[in-house]
Ligand binder design. Structure first.
Ligand code: SF4
Ligand code: SF4
Length: 353
């Protein structure tokens, strides 16, 4: 079973689009161990994602979880996998050595050239120079680590430049998502500018393809490859069945964006899961009514109930912003896919097939 452990609600940064309410509440060791036991209680694989707030504020808990789960994996034969999403500012060699031993996958939240516009330290200082150095350190230990960038409206003009910058820094895997939530407000002009930036980023991918290099940019590569493999991305959202968050006090919810809403409480790590509720909520994930009949329905992530809920208050209602973004992503990816195919069909099939 896969669990996302919110080790703390606290953070040393103050990002403009952060959806977490920062209050200094940490997970206790009792909750941590009960969560580890729960992860091992179902199936032949236990997966933990260390998350926050900023999880590296609680390195002691991460070390404890790793020792405990590795030992449990040896005793039971159940496979243990772990990953972490971090703002990177507290990464150090000691931690990275332990993370390498645990084969941890690390995603570094890093907005590239827009870092200081959106991601500042609590107290107001810029974060870019610190995080750039930490990114180099991370890549020296884990060359396959990912950079996770969030595009807020004010970061749009830096999107294409950020793709190039993060790739030149050494990241081979980038993920860009747009910022949502009550602190973020998109205009039509922002979306037009985003379309232009997407085209520029696709131009950069095309240059790399011709040179025999590549950078995997999450939404663009996935859209191309899902299209040629006829795979439905909407299958991704399972409302908590695949990756369930655990709050610092041990409560279980379908997704981070549902935390605190009693209607979605699925149990806690001490008493276990309310199975009937898990099944009932997982069944709710369906194609939104507004999308029925849309030609793009099989290529769109419209059934991400968590994103829908954050944007519209309804897990089955897509916001105009999400719809527009999905359309522009599909359009840009299709155009790029077609161009790359024309340049070298064999290489294209190898890369995306
Ligand atoms: S690093 Fe993450 S948790 Fe911390 S303020 Fe930024 S978005 Fe929020
Ligand atoms: S493009 Fe818009 S209408 Fe079409 S499936 Fe996606 S969200 Fe729904």
């Amino acid at each position: 079973m896969n669990l996302t452990l919110h080790l703390t609600d606290n953070c040393n940064m103050d990002c403009s689009y952060c959806i977490r309410e920062k209050c200094p509440k940490d997970m206790t060791e009792d909750v941590l161990i009960a969560a580890c036991d729960l992860a091992f209680s179902r199936g032949q694989r236990a997966g933990l994602c260390f998350f926050g707030g900023e999880p590296l504020l609680k390195k002691d808990l991460i070390y404890k979880a790793l020792d405990y789960c590795e030992e449990k994996s040896r005793k039971t034969g159940i496979r243990f996998d772990c990953k972490m999403t971090t703002n990177g500012s507290l990464l150090d060699e000691e931690f990275l050595k332990r993370a390498v031993r645990a084969k941890m996958g690390i995603g570094l939240s890093f907005d590239g050239k827009a870092q200081d516009i959106c991601r500042i330290f609590a107290g107001g200082k810029p974060t870019s120079s610190v995080v750039e150095e930490k990114a180099k350190l991370l890549l020296s230990y884990m060359p396959e680590a990912s950079a996770l960038a969030t595009i807020a409206p004010q970061a749009v003009p830096y999107y294409a430049e950020s793709v190039k910058y993060l790739h030149e820094l050494g990241f081979k895997h980038l993920s860009f998502v747009i910022a949502y939530g009550r602190k973020v407000s998109w205009t039509d002009e922002d979306l037009d500018a985003l379309r232009g930036q997407l085209e520029k980023a696709c131009g950069y991918i095309r240059e790399l393809f011709i040179k025999g290099d590549k950078v995997f940019i999450g939404p663009i590569y996935s859209k191309i490859s899902e299209c040629i493999r006829d795979k439905n991305p909407a299958e991704r959202c399972h409302l908590g069945v695949r990756q369930m968050p655990v709050t610092p006090k041990g409560d279980l919810y379908p997704c981070t964006s549902f935390i605190g809403d009693e209607d979605y409480l699925l149990g806690n790590v001490f008493e276990g899961l309310n199975e009937a509720k898990v099944i009932e909520i997982a069944k709710r994930s369906s194609t939104p009514e507004t999308c029925t009949g849309c030609d793009l329905v099989k290529r769109c992530t419209n059934s991400c109930g968590c994103a829908n809920r954050m944007n519209t208050g309804d897990e089955n209602k897509v916001s105009p912003l999400q719809c527009t973004y999905e359309r522009m992503l599909i359009e840009a990816s299709d155009k790029l896919g077609e161009e790359l195919y024309q340049i070298d069909p064999e290489k294209f099939a190898k890369e995306f097939g």
